[in-house]
Design a protein around this ligand. Structure first.
Ligand code: AMP
Length: 223
């Protein structure tokens, strides 16, 4: 396939990060997860981090202009010439339109938008057990516990609950998802690039389904 420009779409806790990291390894493409980029900026205390912090803590979206600048720069970079994997962007129609405009300026377009579907009650269950270390390694108390309680297996740092995984913030994030992000399903469906994946299945099964979808896209391109 000439280039593979992918978007992972879905509610918080749908497994976009897990699948994105696998895809990054399998496809050897840059993986841009806006939540990870923003959390790193907050930790480092950069201007971006200082601007984003309050929005994130409330479970609100960071303004579109900030996010569009961040992603436009990355998709146009040399490392993304063969494609990219976006996770957490776009999250609004305005962001989707800005992404389309940037890609068409570059003579490119999206290959596929993978919608990972998970119902709200499952999202709440998943996020309440999620634990993360300062370097971004993610565990789950029930589904993927660390070997030693409260300690990251990978770097030995302390595991914490993300501020925005607290129950009242999770409910707000879900509301934001339904109001602002879900309209992207129809947006991408109309453009013929949307594929749905059942995110309630085990991570391996979700990955298998995504790989099958990508294989179909490759075959279609060769025809
Ligand atoms: P995530 O890790 O993807 O759940 O993102 C965590 C938080 O970062 C979100 O709740 C938003 O506050 C912010 N954020 C991440 N991506 C975006 C985006 N594309 N637009 C606006 N805010 C975002």
């Amino acid at each position: 396939m000439s280039e593979l420009n992918l978007v992972l779409l879905g509610p918080p806790g749908s497994g976009k990060g897990t699948q994105g990291e696998r895809l990054q390894e399998d496809l050897r493409l840059p993986y841009y997860a806006t939540g990870d980029i923003l959390r790193a900026a907050v930790r480092e205390g950069t201007d971006l981090g200082n601007e984003a912090k309050e929005y994130m803590g409330r479970g609100d979206l960071v303004p579109d202009e900030v996010m569009v600048g961040l992603i436009a720069e990355r998709v146009a970079s040399a490392e993304a010439a063969d494609g990219f994997i976006l996770d957490g962007f776009p999250r609004t129609i305005a962001q989707a339109e800005a992404l389309d405009a940037k890609l068409s300026e570059l003579g490119r377009g999206l290959t596929a938008v993978l919608l990972i579907k998970v119902p709200d009650d499952e999202v709440i269950r998943r996020l309440s057990g999620r634990r993360i270390c300062p370097n971004g390694h993610v565990f789950h108390m029930d589904f993927d516990p660390p070997k030693e309680e409260g300690v990251c297996d990978i770097c030995g740092e302390r595991l914490e609950i993300r501020d925005d995984d607290k129950p009242e913030v999770v409910r707000h994030r879900l509301g934001t998802y339904h109001d602002k992000t879900e309209p992207l399903v129809a947006y991408y469906e109309e453009r013929g690039v949307l594929d749905r994946v059942d995110g309630q299945r085990a991570p391996d099964e979700v990955a298998t389904r995504i790989n099958a979808l990508l294989a179909t896209l490759r075959r279609e391109e060769e025809l």
